[in-house]
Design a binder for this molecule. Structure first.
Ligand SMILES: NC(=O)c1ccc[n+]([C@@H]2O[C@H](COP(=O)([O-])OP(=O)(O)OC[C@H]3O[C@@H](n4cnc5c(N)ncnc54)[C@H](O)[C@@H]3O)[C@@H](O)[C@H]2O)c1
Length: 327
């Protein structure tokens, strides 16, 4: 089984690489080759088995880079490379190039090679929804994104659906909830504060809350997202029906509930590390993302989510401790 990952040096790309190597197979076929594409060189994983790893450092919107990666005819492609929300809003042409043009090039490259059975799993986002929305959203709710990142994701979704309908590729688009708790440092995603609010105080550091505490978000732990990405490669094509795009089963939480959970798990001293400094730009982007979803399709296909916030925080603490202890 040859698996290619775009955005392999990123947060999810690195975790997915490790999870694939640990799992060792997809769809019952042993993992034999990994192609890791990113604009920066993805860390080369330590591999013990007979696995060929090709690390490609290049621009995904450059056709020659894609050609090189697709030459090995991957059977599964995880398309994770992206310019995240704030950055795509700040630079329209960069966002269009990486989040949309590259998806189109990737699809065209697969079609040109006859990779009709290659499963292309793309990470889309809650940001694809927006506008006048019902209180509870469904997978088939119209996508009227209110920012360029969401628009670029929505356009990519449509293309993947159409290339799948035409039998040119076997697509699966997972709309990811906002991922918390993301380890490391804050990034350019407008949602970055949601991880900071928990991660920094849990580490004894200060965090800034830039949004009103009644703001709700639809969230999922990185651990469940990685499980979903693995599963996305294994769902039989016939099970998708007419749409390849659906929301993963996240949970709805308000910022106030996040702070409450933080206090319950780490005490009042953790809570005082959070200061409230309103940021209109971040609030405008994040409050345009809906927070309540009916995720019937994902559940019917066997995708599962976190039980609650305490579950998400415990998973984060477990991973952080494993990392700190080096095992
Ligand atoms: N983390 C989240 O909360 C979240 C939520 C919803 C959707 N997603 C989606 O999941 C995917 C992965 O997210 P992540 O959190 O790992 O993001 P990330 O920013 O950590 O990783 C994205 C990777 O894409 C790479 N990249 C950017 N431009 C590139 C280019 N021109 N050529 C090649 N590589 C390029 C970056 O170098 C980076 O390593 C993205 O598509 C993102 O939109 C993430």
């Amino acid at each position: 089984m040859h698996v290619m990952i775009t955005g392999a040096a990123g947060f999810l790309g690195q975790r997915l690489t490790a999870a694939l190597i640990e799992k060792g197979s997809l769809n019952g076929q042993p993992l034999s080759r990994l192609t890791l594409l990113d604009q920066i060189e993805a860390p080369r994983p330590e591999v013990v088995s007979a696995l060929t790893v090709e690390v490609v450092a290049g621009d995904i919107a450059d056709i020659s880079v894609l050609e090189r990666c697709l030459a090995g005819e991957p059977q599964v492609i995880y398309h994770l490379a992206a310019v995240v929300s704030s950055a795509a809003e700040a630079d329209l042409s960069l966002g269009m190039r990486v989040n949309f043009d590259a998806t189109r090039l990737l699809l065209e490259g697969c079609a040109a090679r006859g990779l009709s059975t290659t499963r292309l799993v793309m990470a889309s986002s809650v940001a694809a929804y927006g506008g006048d929305l019902p209180e509870i959203l469904e997978d088939m709710t119209a996508l009227v994104p209110q920012n360029s990142y969401g628009t670029q994701k929505a356009m990519s979704e449509l293309l993947i659906n159409d290339y799948s309908r035409r039998g040119l590729i076997d697509g699966c688009v997972l709309r990811l909830p906002t991922i918390i708790v993301r380890p490391g440092r804050p990034n350019a995603a407008a949602s970055s504060f949601a991880s900071s609010l928990l991660r920094e105080p849990l580490n004894g550091e200060a965090a800034i809350c830039p949004v009103p505490t009644d703001l709700e978000m639809f969230v999922m732990s990185p651990q469940r997202v990685i499980e979903a990405l693995l599963k996305g490669a294994e769902v039989p094509a016939a099970a998708f029906g007419l749409s390849r795009c659906f929301m993963l089963p996240g949970i709805t939480v308000s910022v106030a509930e996040m702070l409450e959970a933080l206090e319950q798990m780490a005490g009042a001293e953790a809570l005082v590390r959070v200061s409230h400094v309103p940021d209109a730009r971040i609030t405008a982007i994040v409050s345009s993302w809906p927070a309540r979803f009916e995720t019937r399709k994902a559940r019917a296909l066997g995708f599962t989510g976190d039980a609650d916030l305490a579950d998400i925080i415990s998973l984060h603490q477990r991973d952080r401790d494993v990392l700190a202890n080096g095992n």
